[in-house]
Design a binder for this molecule. Structure first.
Ligand code: PMP
Length: 361
């Protein structure tokens, strides 16, 4: 076993609903821990999965060309840029394996961020460089550029950022892409871009064809409500997309995920209702959390990061006892903070009521 595996610390997902119910003897829980869709699954996606179920004995089409074409059309980018994967996690993994040489190359990111970049770097034997965040958790775009050297293959920016909800402007990211040396790719993880407003001020997707050193990652796990089916994609520069397609294992996007995604891309009502519920819930959290004595950060995502006036681990434990699951940010290196996903209206209210009871008796 490779030495980096012997002490490898795996990704830490939040506890599942079932685990929480069993541990606390609860019948019902409100899960606001993984930034999933507050509406559940799209009705059109459910029907599509039911229709396709009889074909599950067949392999899916390799590289999901129908899906790549539909994503390309929806996003206004040429199909050749799109590489779909088993969650955007798989696309992250593929980028490392295609671009970074073990023992030689490095990638650069900032502290307290989504852990898969660092974990994948370690698994691939690639140096992971972490720069400090700016004041009040700001995305440190200038420090990222300073940490880059001739062996840097990727610079990761999550925007909107997990777990803070902060987002970088597209023009700032263009500046960063412009100062990177040749050979370094700016990877902008836009898992939460659907929830930022207005998207054209933030998204780098439109710049992928022209800039050549920018890749954008997107997912169907959040705004499209398909987290359990595992589907994400990269919008990659053409020179890179071709290599990633050759290197990827076959059939990692399953047949049901593909059908569900094709359907949900057509479900405009589901998508706009999702955004409307998230915008309203986010506004409610940003108003109520400070009233309850918590510091809350402005968010362009479908969650809000906040700091309660009492130790966050105890607050999370008390919320759990009341059947509310949120994400304590200890695993992000922010043990004083909590991330709460925006849920359906009743879930948001249940969370706020439980929090009020804990903080104010
Ligand atoms: N990037 C970020 C920033 C995320 O927060 C997540 C979800 N936790 C992902 C990627 C992974 O998305 P997927 O479900 O498509 O693998």
């Amino acid at each position: 076993v490779r030495p980096e595996i012997l002490d490898f610390k795996p990704y830490v997902p939040g506890l599942s609903e079932e685990e929480i119910k069993e541990r606390y003897g609860l019948k019902q829980v409100v899960k606001l821990a993984s930034n999933e869709n507050p509406l559940g699954a799209s009705p059109l996606a459910r029907e599509a999965v039911a229709r396709a179920a009889g074909r599950m004995f067949r392999y899916p089409q390799n590289h999901s060309p129908r899906l790549a074409a539909a994503i390309a059309k929806a996003m206004g980018i040429a199909e050749a840029h799109i590489v779909a994967g088993n969650g955007s996690d798989e696309v992250i993994d593929l980028l490392f394996r295609v671009l970074a040489q073990p023992g030689k190359d490095n990638v650069v990111c900032y502290e307290h961020c989504f852990s898969m970049y660092g974990l994948t770097a370690r698994l691939c034997g690639v140096e992971y460089r972490e720069v400090p965040r700016g004041e009040d958790y700001r995305l440190p775009l200038e420090s990222l550029a300073e940490a880059v050297d001739a062996n840097t293959k990727m610079v990761f920016v999550t925007s909107p950022d997990n777990p803070t909800g902060l987002a970088a402007k597209a023009e700032e990211l263009q500046v960063l892409s412009g100062v990177l040396p040749e050979g370094a790719l700016l990877v902008v993880d836009e898992a939460y871009m659907d929830f930022s407003w207005p998207p054209e001020e933030y998204s780098m997707l439109a710049f992928v064809p022209e800039l050549k050193n920018v890749a954008v990652l997107r997912t169907f796990s959040k705004a499209y409500g398909l987290a359990g089916l595992r589907l994400g994609y990269g919008a990659l520069p053409l020179w890179l997309a071709e290599h990633v397609r050759r290197a990827r294992p076959p059939f990692t996007v399953n047949l049901l995920a593909e059908e569900a995604a094709l359907a949900v891309l057509e479900d405009d009502a589901f998508y706009s209702e999702t955004l409307s519920v998230v915008f309203k819930g986010r506004e409610l959290f940003l108003k109520r959390l400070p009233e309850l004595g918590c510091q809350a950060w402005p968010s362009q995502a479908n969650f809000v990061m906040f700091r309660p006036p009492y130790p966050a681990d105890q607050v999370c434990e008390e919320l759990l006892k009341r059947g509310v699951i949120v994400r304590h940010l200890k695993s992000f290196g922010l043990p004083e903070n909590i991330r709460v996903s925006v849920g359906a209206q009743a879930e948001n209210e249940a969370f706020l009521k439980a929090l009020e009871e804990i903080l104010h008796g």
